[in-house]
Design a protein around this ligand. Structure first.
Ligand SMILES: Nc1ncnc2c1ncn2[C@@H]1O[C@H](COP(=O)(O)OP(=O)(O)OP(=O)(O)O)[C@@H](O)[C@H]1O
Length: 358
């Protein structure tokens, strides 16, 4: 199986990066951690901008750095695309010339993407003749992503690509990132501070704290681990991959199916069989002992409690399985006691609200 394997130890005066990980060689892996946890330092090590002691980097079978310190490829020899917070386009070149800059550096036989496809994926056809000063922040960032992709990298690093955009521009660019996620064979390492972005885009995640990796694994598994800080954030959530199974034209709803049942959401333009990833916030899940008969909540599922943890002085977090999927519920400690909930118990999870991610 394709994978990216890396190991670094890098000491600075008041900070030490010590990481050893293997992530899938395709799809999007999120690198998540608080400010100062070492995300940029880790990316710099991967890129060859820092020389970590006894470092190791192997990207889909290609060794960029080995532990014997004999092999250390400099950045220009690592097949890497880098997208920064700010787009860093060449201001004097129009969009097309910016894109061609990356494209022409790669020999035709070594190209792994098709120019026309990249332009189309990122919706740039009508912008090709414009100079960067005539682009919005979101458009600039789309050009920057396309330029990085056109270098046909073995690995695409995106370092908080949405951080400098306002919420309107973020909302505009996210569907493009989702489309890339579904279409692209190039693995992406995506740095973000936003749990929603991670839930939306990443299949796998690395969680960094004070220079150490405290977790790595499938996004939902890491996000729902009660021993980790993510499940205790206000926006704690689970993301679930579903498939459209039909539309309810009378009530303008779409039904999507997952391992635990069928979820009704507002009518989507998707077709039967299409994939949809949904996000369910812990605070939007309540629990009942018997299946509610008369309720305005449409989405009620049989669930099993697998773990309970304190959240704050009045709330607890409950991790549930619903079919083969995981869900989090944040309820009051009083409800926990009144209902007498404990691990192993079968209950019903009522989902008040479902956000559609893609
Ligand atoms: N050149 C340097 N010399 C010494 N210490 C540094 C240097 N660069 C960064 N650091 C320290 O290393 C630690 C990790 O920094 P890094 O920039 O990797 O964190 P980060 O997770 O990317 O943060 P942010 O999310 O704010 O960008 C911080 O404590 C920082 O002060």
């Amino acid at each position: 199986m394709s994978s990216i394997r890396a190991r670094f130890t890098l000491s600075r005066s008041e900070f030490c990066l010590e990481t050893d990980f293997e992530i899938p060689g395709k799809g999007v892996t999120a690198l998540f951690g608080q400010s100062g946890s070492g995300k940029t330092t880790l990316l710099r090590c991967l890129a060859g901008l820092e020389r970590a002691k006894d470092g190791l980097v192997v990207v889909n079978g290609e060794c960029w750095q080995d532990e014997s310190n004999k092999l250390f490829l400099p950045i220009y020899q690592r097949s890497l695309g880098y997208v920064f917070q700010d787009a860093r386009l060449f201001p004097h070149l129009n969009v097309q010339r910016n894109l061609e800059y990356g494209w022409k550096r790669i020999l035709p036989g070594q190209r792994r993407v098709i120019y026309k496809n990249v332009v189309e994926w990122l919706g740039l056809e009508h912008l090709l003749k414009r100079t960067p000063e005539k682009l919005s922040g979101g458009e600039k960032q789309r050009v920057s992503i396309a330029r990085a992709l056109l270098t046909s990298p073995q690995l695409l690093i995106m370092d908080e690509p949405l951080a400098s955009l306002d919420s309107v521009a973020k909302a505009e660019i996210l569907p493009y990132l989702e489309k890339l996620h579904q279409t692209l064979s190039i693995p992406v390492l995506y740095v973000s501070h936003s749990l929603e972005e991670v839930a939306r885009l990443a299949d796998f995640m690395l969680l960094l704290k004070s220079g150490k990796l405290i977790a790595s694994g499938k996004t939902t598994e890491v996000m729902t681990r009660l021993d980790l800080p993510l499940s205790h954030l206000d926006e704690a959530c689970a993301s679930i991959n579903t498939t459209v199974v039909g539309h309810d034209e009378t009530y303008n709803l779409t039904n999507v199916e997952f391992s635990g049942g069928t979820i009704s959401v507002s009518r989507l333009t998707k077709k039967t069989g299409d994939s949809v990833r949904v996000q369910i916030l812990a605070k939007d899940v309540s629990l009942t002992m018997v299946k509610p008969q008369q309720t305005s909540i449409l989405n009620v599922f049989e669930a099993c409690i697998i773990e309970i943890s304190d959240d704050n002085s009045s709330k607890v977090l409950i991790k549930l399985t619903v079919g083969k999927d995981l869900l989090l519920a944040r309820i009051t400690r009083k409800s926990l006691i009144l209902l007498g909930l404990s691990p192993g118990q079968k209950i019903f999870a009522q989902v008040k609200s479902v956000a559609l991610l893609s």
